[in-house]
Design a protein around this ligand. Structure first.
Ligand SMILES: [Zn+2]
Ligand SMILES: [Zn+2]
Length: 337
């Protein structure tokens, strides 16, 4: 079958609602995979892209980078996939392939990394084209809709949990219980850690317990007390709000690490003495490498732990965006074609 046309959901200018347009499909290059999009998750980054919050967006833009679809055509160099396979595609859609990061399995740090929905049109579309190295074959036992959010949100929390916990069981704090936070809680619990959830929404305590946390901190009330002093080894910040650094650094024990995957609007400020007394580390982590994505897919299948999703049809994309902006999605919106 010959595919020549693509239907795309585009933002024509900064902050615009997405509109459906038709455009000729690009020609497949030799390393390309053509995927018919079945599902695409909606990530906070998509809203940042639509609103040009990071600067430099060229409009019209097609967001969407948590893509699940069926392989319908292949470039002549693609031998690891076949037509009819179901695959997942995340934030990263390409890298140079030759630098020290790319050749040592750290492709997500490549300086020439290409973002799925910035260098080409994204997953809110009928079809998507990507490079074979960034297209991951899915086991037939996976529920496809629930698998979509793993490809950005999921790997963004899975990678630092693996990197910093190093398969040891620790006392872990998760800041924020939204799309990323709920996946972090589920993953960290299955990895055997003891979990504390920090949230500025008091009524998330029950949800935190249901998802596996043994301790809940209502930050608005507790940010000035010492109940958590030296009680944690690792804190993963998944919220995008400005953090109370004193509070979180106080909660870390010796050699503890605070890692950001959410991006606060302002720069953080701290004194060296705040780190020195307990030899603390501050870090931040971007998505994950292809080998970490494969490791995550094995982990979720083995442990039966998946994101919790709210389903929308692709034509409801603007409704899903509005709900996400109001923090009303529980926990990840997934659009279906
Ligand atoms: Zn590279
Ligand atoms: Zn994302």
């Amino acid at each position: 079958m010959n595919y020549s046309n693509n239907a795309l959901w585009v933002a024509k200018h900064k902050g615009a609602n997405l509109e459906k347009i038709n455009r000729p499909l690009e020609k497949l290059l030799q390393d390309d995979v053509l995927v018919k999009v079945k599902y695409c998750g909606l990530c906070h980054s998509d809203i940042h892209i639509i609103n040009d919050d990071w600067g430099g967006i060229k409009y019209p833009v097609v967001p969407g980078h948590e893509i699940i679809g069926e392989v319908v055509d292949l470039g002549k160099n693609v031998s690891n996939l076949k037509k009819g396979d179901f695959v997942g595609i995340g934030w990263q859609g390409g890298s140079c392939g030759t630098c020290i990061d790319c050749t040592t399995g750290h492709e997500n740090f490549c300086e020439e990394s290409k973002a799925t929905c910035l260098s080409v049109s994204g997953g809110f579309a009928e079809f998507h084209i990507t490079k074979k190295e960034f297209c991951f074959k899915l086991s037939s036992s996976l529920v496809l809709a629930e698998t979509a959010p793993l490809f950005c949100g999921g790997i963004t929390v899975y990678s630092p949990l693996r990197e910093f916990l190093n398969n040891q069981k620790k006392r872990v704090g998760i800041v924020g219980l939204g799309g990323l936070g709920h996946m972090a809680v589920k993953f960290a619990k299955k990895m055997g850690n003891e979990l504390t959830v920090f949230s500025h929404t008091k009524d998330k305590a029950e949800e935190a317990a249901r998802l596996g946390a043994s301790n809940f901190v209502f930050t608005d009330l507790e940010q000035n007390n010492d109940r958590l002093k030296r009680k944690l080894d690792f804190i993963l910040v998944t919220s995008n709000a400005n953090p109370n650094m004193d509070f979180y650094l106080n909660a870390l024990d010796r050699d503890g690490t605070l890692c950001f995957v959410g991006i606060p609007p302002d720069n953080i400020s701290l004194g060296v003495f705040q780190l020195l007394g307990k030899r603390l580390r501050i870090s931040a982590s971007p998505i994950g490498s292809p080998s970490e994505i494969r490791g995550m897919l094995d982990f979720v299948e083995r442990e039966g732990v998946f994101p919790e999703i709210e389903s929308f049809s692709m034509s409801e994309i603007n409704l899903a965006i509005e709900k996400l902006k109001k923090n009303q999605v529980k926990y990840r919106a997934v659009l279906e074609n």
